[in-house]
Design a protein. Structure first.
Length: 428
């Protein structure tokens, strides 16, 4: 029985260990540190702080300065004897405990009078520091959606619409996988979690997560100028029949800005307020639709949707999720020569040559599959990475058959209403 348990437990333990390694976000970096001070302790402390700063940033290193200064030792000897004393297992353990494992180990390579400043001691160390391994997604261009301003702070509809729009933009941009989208709505909760890492009962290596908060390369800012959601009945005088009418939507402006320079990369005034025969749709769904439209314009301007693979009459697009709809049609475009502005000498991008039409047949979380409806080039023979993109064809939103029927009925109702209004305009 015991042998059977061992046979069953060993693979399980191995799996658990391998799983921890696979998903671990901490690794170790060995780096040299140099420091000076009036005493050997100050010199070593300075070298440790420099090593910490090189790996995890000076913000974290400065936070550990107090912890390192609390380590007690009385070493005053220099040279090899002093280095051996500071390399002792007991002192190593004290350093590791004081920094909660951020400094896993170190070796004093030299401890001598400073060559350049009389009265100071110079220490050279080899230090192994725990580093938090940031995900690959963090290497993408980082973007943050800041809360939109509202023109009328007393209008609750504007405030709710602004909140829903920003949340929709965050969701859309995240699913495109073109940016590392940074949170700006729940920073308080995030800060509370980071603060908890500083408590005494947190595993020592978890401290390496501190100091890794990212800054944005781009920010999206904007203002809601107007938000409308009104409903009323329009009565026909001759028959007394009433028809529901509504006016809904929003007018807003948005900008995409480069944080470092303050340069405006994109800006648009968007006015989607419309009058409609029928009840007004929910404003949260309108905000989501606006977010998709604005998000698409931003992504299209910076990262057009790329064709990543072609096989026969099937191709794969490097985007999926809710940003692509089954049945949606795209114009297939081949990149041509690079273009340069003759005045500023700046790049204008590349020629875009329409060569066909595709239609999405399947949408996954990260990719989409499409059929090639028509194509003027032998794409299978000329395809290469980064040479073909697609752009949405207006009006091909990829509606389901049910949705299409509903739209058809709505259009028929609207047309009959228009005809009726023309025939009995004097009766209203």
């Amino acid at each position: 029985m015991r042998l059977l348990l061992q046979v069953l437990l060993i693979p399980l333990i191995t799996f658990c260990l391998s799983t921890n390694v696979a998903f671990a976000k901490l690794n170790y970096v060995t780096i040299n540190g140099h420091g000076t001070g009036v005493t050997p302790k100050e010199a070593v402390q300075s070298a440790l702080i420099e090593a910490l700063g090189k790996v995890n940033g000076m913000q974290m290193a400065s936070k550990e300065r107090t912890a390192l200064s609390s380590v007690k030792f009385t070493a005053e000897v220099l040279g090899k004897k002093g280095a051996a004393e500071l390399n002792s297992e007991q002192f190593q353990q004290e350093i590791q405990t004081a920094t909660k494992g951020l400094i896993k180990s170190y070796e004093v390579l030299s401890l001598e009078p400073d060559k350049y400043t009389a009265g100071l001691i110079a220490a050279d160390l080899k230090v192994t520091v725990v580093k938090y391994a940031v995900s690959k997604q963090a290497n993408r261009n980082r973007i943050a959606v800041l809360p939109f301003r509202v023109d009328n702070v007393k209008d609750p509809l504007q405030a709710v619409f602004a909140k829903n729009l920003c949340q929709g933009l965050v969701s859309y941009l995240t699913q495109t996988r073109r940016f590392a989208v940074l949170d700006r709505d729940f920073q308080k909760e995030s800060s509370v979690e980071l603060d908890s890492l500083r408590s005494a009962d947190v595993p020592v290596e978890e401290m390496a997560r501190l100091g890794n908060r990212l800054g944005a390369d781009f920010i999206i800012v904007g203002q809601i100028n107007k938000a409308v959601s009104q409903q009323w009945n329009k009565e026909m005088k001759s028959t007394g029949k009433k028809f529901p009418m509504s006016r809904y939507g929003a007018a807003l402006t948005y900008r995409v800005m480069d944080v470092a320079t303050g340069q405006i990369l994109a800006s648009q005034l968007y006015d989607g307020i419309k009058t409609h025969q029928g009840a007004a749709p929910d404003m949260s769904s309108i905000a989501k639709a606006y977010a998709s439209t604005i998000g698409n314009k931003i992504v299209e301007g910076i990262f057009p949707l790329m064709v990543v693979s072609v096989s026969g009459k099937t191709m794969y697009l490097g985007q999926g999720g809710e940003t692509i709809k089954k049945g949606q049609k795209f114009s297939l475009i081949q990149y041509g020569k690079r273009m340069v502005d003759p005045y500023t000498k700046e790049s204008l991008g590349r020629e875009e040559i329409p060569v066909g039409v595709i239609q999405v047949t399947d949408v996954q979380a990260k990719t989409s599959r499409a059929n090639i409806l028509k194509c003027s080039v032998d794409i299978n023979s000329v395809f290469a990475p980064n040479t073909f993109i697609v752009r949405p064809i207006k009006g091909s939103g990829g509606m389901t058959p049910t949705t299409a029927k509903v739209k058809k009925v709505e259009k028929a109702v609207e047309k009959s209403m228009e005809d009726m209004e023309k025939e009995s305009s004097d009766d209203w």
